[in-house]
Write a protein that binds this ligand. Sequence first.
Ligand SMILES: NC(=O)c1ccc[n+]([C@@H]2O[C@H](COP(=O)([O-])OP(=O)(O)OC[C@H]3O[C@@H](n4cnc5c(N)ncnc54)[C@H](OP(=O)(O)O)[C@@H]3O)[C@@H](O)[C@H]2O)c1
Length: 269
Amino acid sequence: MIIGFIGAGKMARAIGKGLVDGGVVPATGLICSEPDTKSASPFLDLLPGAQATTDNTEVVRKSDLVILAIKPQVFPEAIPVLKEASAGKLILSIAAGITLEKIRGWLHPTTRVIRSMPNTPMQIGAGASVYAGGSNVTEADYALVHRVLSSAGKAWRVEENQIDAITALSGSGPAYVFHFIDALIQGAIALGLPVNLSRELALQTVLGSAQLASESELAPLDLAAQVKSPRGTTLAGCAVLEENDALNNLMARCLSAAKNRAEELARGA
Ligand SMILES: NC(=O)c1ccc[n+]([C@@H]2O[C@H](COP(=O)([O-])OP(=O)(O)OC[C@H]3O[C@@H](n4cnc5c(N)ncnc54)[C@H](OP(=O)(O)O)[C@@H]3O)[C@@H](O)[C@H]2O)c1
């Protein structure tokens, strides 16, 4: 099986590495295209044995599955020219905000298109991805795409109308968590702790808490309640987050802004 990437940037490298590390295909089963030969180097350095070309059509022709890993803004120019080559092919788009209807309109009527929303922790095999397909996609196509996306994390099949909200949650979510970690570090430094110790303690706290929440049968707030002893320090700290529903309101606004932006992208704005 040959898996091709149109665009060999961050996400293509993350997925390519997952595919090889997860044993889905050897690196020799990967091909990517970039506008110039030099910019494919990071992909080829990471995955020795993979091929590269500057011809997007060649990738489509040679591949059993083609992954569209270019920025959404590039789609209107780069995708329609693949129409003839895409006949009968299975295409997976990972672009934010580009609908199945749009992609199918640019490609051949016999092209099977699946749209997905992965996230950057894929780079270390810990991604959260979702996917939704057009009406002519087969169960075998879904099974292949599930294998591809779960080779670098976890994957779920969803309805396309959920993808903008999911983009706001798990697509953009890693950045919210990075902000939260940074805010913990800044808060600790303000209390007089050294920078490195603050960083290591904040990271291990977030990592350990996410792991505990993921392995526990308890809901996150029940886990929080377990450590909020009456008149204790955690209760005092959490009271600030809960005052006027501060944290919930902030996250609701944050997700809503990201979802609105995904909807704007879908309208071509
Ligand atoms: N990064 C994220 O957090 C994330 C999460 C979920 C989904 N996504 C989606 O993943 C897609 C790729 O994102 P990314 O972060 O991997 O972007 P990226 O690192 O910028 O990679 C895109 C690559 O495509 C190349 N390219 C541009 N025009 C091309 C063309 N016509 N044909 C072939 N290659 C072309 C770019 O080359 P140049 O740099 O030379 O232009 C670049 O190397 C986007 O659609 C994004 O919405 C990203």
